[in-house]
Design a protein around this ligand. Structure first.
Ligand code: NDP
Ligand code: 8X3
Length: 254
């Protein structure tokens, strides 16, 4: 079985690797991100017959709807699977030192854009009688860590939204999966989090073996291509070198 898979945030990291892995498996992909040059070269790599791209901000609902209509008219591709992967962390500072604009950007992209796209595509999936929404959550949505404040909260939203979608859709043949990776290198995640500070970004992965985009892409391929009667609700994946820590207790009498 091959699918048409719409992947947001596919100009780098997980999204680009998910596109490669799925096309390699025989699927068609529609890739979206803001950087057109990156999308164009990925399309060349994957073959124009297998890959359409939309160079847009994931928050730009109107442009995305028009581009999807255009792809439907030209290629007759109807979306079987939506991979809501576009997302970001900004900053790793304590909540009292964080910028409100960073918090707003994360909420806008990780929550509002994901919700809008889901709201746009879900009725079409229900009408066709099949669909799969794969959301890119994070372990940060389950385990708090210092500086994770709003980023982790956006991913907690993604987790609960995914589970609540299932509650509405279990009788509609629509699958919903929250993929929840832990520390993962090989993407621009930390570079974006630390606003271009390469040294700081590289330090995150120094001396350890993180997950890589290919690991996440294989997980996405697996959940999508399971027999249709199986829904993976949540898939929490950590590198072997990572584990949740103990709770902190501040003892102010010492
Ligand atoms: P990257 O920074 O490499 O990828 C993020 C992708 O999202 C890019 O393609 C970027 O493209 C796109 N993007 C960001 N903002 C927008 C926007 N406003 N409009 C359109 N596209 C946008 O990081 P990852 O691959 O690591 O991250 C992918 C997802 O995985 C994110 O949701 C992240 O939160 C999540 N995640 C990452 C983990 C990690 O440790 N790396 C672990 C757990 C989850 P462009 O800039 O061209 O628009
Ligand atoms: C990214 C994983 O642990 O850096 O979602 O928050 S982590």
């Amino acid at each position: 079985m091959s699918f048409v898979v719409f992947i947001t945030g596919a100009s780098s990291g997980f999204g680009a690797e998910i596109a490669r892995t799925l096309v390699n498996h025989g699927d068609k992909v529609i890739i979206l991100a803001r950087r057109k040059d990156k999308l164009q070269s990925l399309q060349e790599e994957l073959g124009v017959q297998n890959c359409a791209f939309i160079a847009a901000d994931v928050n730009d609902n109107k442009t995305i709807a028009l581009a999807l209509e255009d792809i439907y008219i030209k290629r007759h591709w109807e979306i079987d699977v939506l991979v809501n992967n576009a997302g970001l962390a900004r900053g790793l500072t304590s909540a009292n030192q964080s910028l409100l604009s960073d918090w707003e950007e994360m909420i806008q992209t990780n929550i509002l854009a994901l919700v809008s796209l889901t709201h746009y595509l879900l009725p079409k999936m229900v009408e066709r009688g099949y669909g799969h929404i794969v959301n890119m959550g994070s372990i940060a949505g389950s385990y708090p860590y210092p500086g994770g404040n709003v980023y982790g909260a956006t991913k907690a939203f993604v987790k609960q939204f995914s589970l609540n979608l299932r509650a509405d859709l279990y009788d509609k043949n629509i699958r919903v999966t929250d993929i929840e990776p832990g520390l993962a290198g090989g993407s621009e995640f930390s570079l974006v989090r630390f606003k271009g500070d390469e040294a700081k970004a590289n330090q995150v992965y120094e001396g350890t073996t993180p997950l890589m985009p290919k690991d996440i892409a294989e997980a996405v391929k697996w959940v999508i291509h399971l027999p249709k009667h199986i829904n993976i609700n949540r898939l929490e994946i950590m590198p072997t070198t990572q584990a949740p820590a103990a709770l902190n207790v501040h003892k102010n009498n010492l």
